[in-house]
Ligand binder design. Structure first.
Ligand code: 8IG
Length: 282
């Protein structure tokens, strides 16, 4: 019997008759069985540029394709991995679940698919999630390759990952305690407000100016919906953005996905060390 035998078929997460939390609990049980790790204490969602961090965290206990577990679907974009990795964190001895399989809102699989990873993490026992991403920067002094702490977000998707009368407080969504802890590792870390657009296209220069005027410093296509779902699931959230490009119109050069990947590669070693140091303190 494989882990998938009693898994719901891919796509069913979107069925209104399905309880997404039951699917997440089911996935967490499969995860424990496949990794031999009863409980994961912290989860990391690794976005563009952050993939190398998993190797520095500690010893990899197990790795599996996310699609082996209920509710996960195949990744859509180049540079987005599709694996779940269980790591024993060097130093603390805690277990990290590294989620290299993010579903973006723009994939059109619905908000339940977007929220699934953090819900599985919560069901697996995690109390903390570190959400990372690659994004566009609105501050000229943030050169490509600059890591930035997310202090808050503005959700411009027009959607919530929550359903029904679920009134969740989002004050201090991006935990000030965890931001302080991150600044103990690197006091120079700037922080900013992340604006999630639906994508998949990048913004127009006018939309970037709007993001600035409403209080934004970073523009991206993930993280905000995940953070809401994570808070609802009881997780403490740390958000870390890697500015991989100046947002449209901030610099005269047009945006390219290749450049985004290259900035991620170049900054990889530094941000991986940063992330590993932070996670050891969680
Ligand atoms: I990497 O400039 C990356 N992701 N919306 N805008 C948006 N998402 C991004 C960007 C960007 N860069």
């Amino acid at each position: 019997m494989t882990a998938q035998d009693d898994a719901p078929a891919v796509g069913q997460l979107d069925d209104p008759a399905i309880d997404p939390f039951a699917v997440a609990a089911d996935a967490a049980r499969h995860l424990a069985a496949r990794t031999g790790v009863e409980r994961h204490d912290v989860a990391l969602v690794l976005g563009s540029g952050w993939a190398g961090a998993a190797d520095l965290l500690g010893e990899t206990v197990a790795q599996l394709p996310a699609t082996d577990l209920p509710g996960f679907s195949a990744p859509a974009a180049v540079g987005h991995g599709g694996h779940l990795t269980s790591v024993r964190i060097e130093g603390s001895g805690k277990h990290a679940l590294v989620i290299g399989a993010r579903t973006h809102y723009y994939e059109g699989r619905g908000v339940r698919a977007v929220a699934h990873g953090v819900r599985v993490a919560a069901a697996a026992g995690a109390s903390t999630v570190v959400l990372t991403n690659g994004c566009g920067g609105l501050e000229e002094e943030w050169a490509p390759g600059t890591p930035v702490l997310i202090s808050d977000h503005i959700n411009l998707t027009g959607r919530s990952p929550l359903e029904g009368a679920t009134f969740v407080d989002l004050t201090d969504l991006y935990s000030s305690r965890l931001r302080d802890l991150a600044r103990e590792v690197d006091p120079s870390l700037p922080e900013g407000v992340y604006v999630q657009f639906p994508g998949p296209h990048y913004e127009t220069p006018a939309e970037v100016q709007m993001a600035r005027r409403i209080g934004g410093h970073l523009v991206g296509m993930s993280t905000a919906l995940e953070a809401i779902a994570a808070r609802h699931a009881g997780l403490e959230v740390l958000g870390l953005s890697l500015v991989t490009n100046a947002a449209a119109g901030i610099s005269p050069a047009p945006l390219s996905h290749e450049e985004v990947l290259e900035a991620g590669r170049a900054a990889g070693p530094r941000i991986s060390r940063l992330l590993a140091q932070i996670v050891r303190r969680l």
